[in-house]
Design a protein around this ligand. Structure first.
Ligand code: PLP
Length: 395
């Protein structure tokens, strides 16, 4: 296989070499328990505090507002269950139709348990309608959960404005911020966001570690009840190497934010232009002016996304069709369906997501390889070019 071209960074990222090096001593040499009274463990506790400060700094938060968790999914569950438990008189949840399954399936579950879930729609560009937001949040809403940026399209939601509406109604605001960390500015200091979920493996940290930001003064009920770790907000011995890795990744993210914005966006735009120029019947999914700098979701009409992925894979190119968590099922993406993307394009939609470790040469290789693959598949398909006209007239 030719050398790997990894363009699936919204699924997971490479652990930065600096992060790996920072974690290494905490497996073998410095394995003490940060809760121990002895110096061996206590010195590890100091490093955990430093990691917490580093993450708080990236978020514009204070260290006391950070609780380490096992990742994005646990943080999402913790925030939503906490809001429902601390406001038992309120039975409404407001969320969107395009959330990651970590929120989507939890809200469906809560709906079956008797909560009233109000689903916000998106328009054809994947954007929220603030009038609908205002009409759906009421004085009975316990929690509003709206992701900051969509993992499939990269579309960014106005979560600060949504948080203001939630606050007017005394509801708690949670945002799944898993996809924005290290990609755009996040400054929680001056917002009405009560909870933000994040996950280290999306920004060059290790898997299995994340955090929940809990705004000072927010009522909170723990999800994992046990020992006094994390100021009694999350029981269980801390995943020290993970926390150290998360802290290091947060420091690097703060340093590299500008590069991510300029260099990564430049490569993403080069890929987009290259593909639009060379592949007929290709369309961008999601608002081109309101997206994460690293994400390109592009629909190649009249061809199966899975077939494209397999052929890209043969060339060593990793991309994704929809969310990695739902791949394995041939269900079309719930996000693209919510946007009303025609079926001819939903099935052929590919998500390319870049990182600062990609190069211009890699992008040029993809632009060179992809058109031939799509042309070949279209020629093989019963929906091939000779049938395009009849299919187009149906939709
Ligand atoms: N939320 C979003 C938006 C995601 O993209 C992901 C991962 O794909 C998650 C939550 C889940 O995070 P984790 O894998 O850390 O549980």
């Amino acid at each position: 296989m030719s050398t790997l071209i990894y363009l699936d960074n919204n699924a997971t990222t490479m652990v930065a070499p600096e992060v790996f090096e920072a974690m290494r001593p905490f497996f073998v040499e410095r394995y003490g328990n940060p809760s121990s009274m002895h110096t061996f463990g206590g010195s590890v506790g100091k490093e955990v505090r430093r990691a917490r400060e580093s993450l708080a700094n990236l978020l514009g938060a204070s260290p006391q507002e950070i609780v380490f968790t096992s990742g994005g999914t646990e943080s999402d569950s913790t925030a939503i269950f906490s809001a429902l438990e601390t406001m038992p008189e309120r039975r409404e949840i407001v969320t969107t139709r395009v959330e990651h399954p970590a929120v989507l399936n939890l809200c469906r579950h809560l709906g079956r348990k008797g909560y009233f879930v109000k689903w916000l729609t998106v328009d054809k560009n994947g954007n929220l309608d603030m009038d609908e937001v205002r009409s759906k949040i009421t004085d009975n809403t316990a929690v509003v959960s709206v992701m900051w940026a969509n993992n499939e399209t990269g579309v960014i939601f106005p979560v600060n404005e949504v948080a203001d509406v939630a606050q007017e109604h005394g509801a708690l605001m949670h945002t799944d911020g898993v996809q924005v960390i290290g990609k755009i500015d996040v400054n929680l200091n001056s917002t009405n966001i009560n909870f933000l979920s994040l996950s280290a493996h999306k920004f060059h940290g290790p898997k299995g570690i994340g955090a929940l930001y809990i705004k000072k003064g927010t009522r909170f009920a723990p999800f994992i009840i046990g020992g006094h770790q994390e100021s009694s907000r999350r029981g269980g011995t801390e995943n020290v190497p993970g926390i150290i890795g998360l802290g290091e990744a947060a420091g690097l993210a703060a340093e590299n934010l500008e590069e991510e914005r300029v260099k990564v966006k430049g490569m993403r735009d080069r890929l987009q232009e290259g593909l639009l120029k060379t592949v007929p019947h290709a369309k961008i999914n999601g608002d081109v002016d309101n997206r994460l700098p690293n994400t390109l979701n592009i629909g190649f009409e009249f061809v199966e996304g899975e077939a494209i992925l397999m052929r890209l894979d043969d060339k060593g190119i990793c991309a994704s069709s929809g969310s990695a968590c739902t791949s394995g099922s041939l269900e079309p993406s719930h996000v693209l369906r919510a946007m009303g993307v025609p079926f001819t394009a939903v099935h052929g939609s590919i998500r390319f997501s870049l990182s600062r470790y990609n190069t211009k040469e890699q992008i040029d290789t993809v632009v060179k390889e992809a058109p031939g693959i799509i042309e070949f598949l279209r020629a093989m398909s019963p929906f091939g070019p000779e049938n395009l006209q009849s299919i187009c007239t149906v939709h």
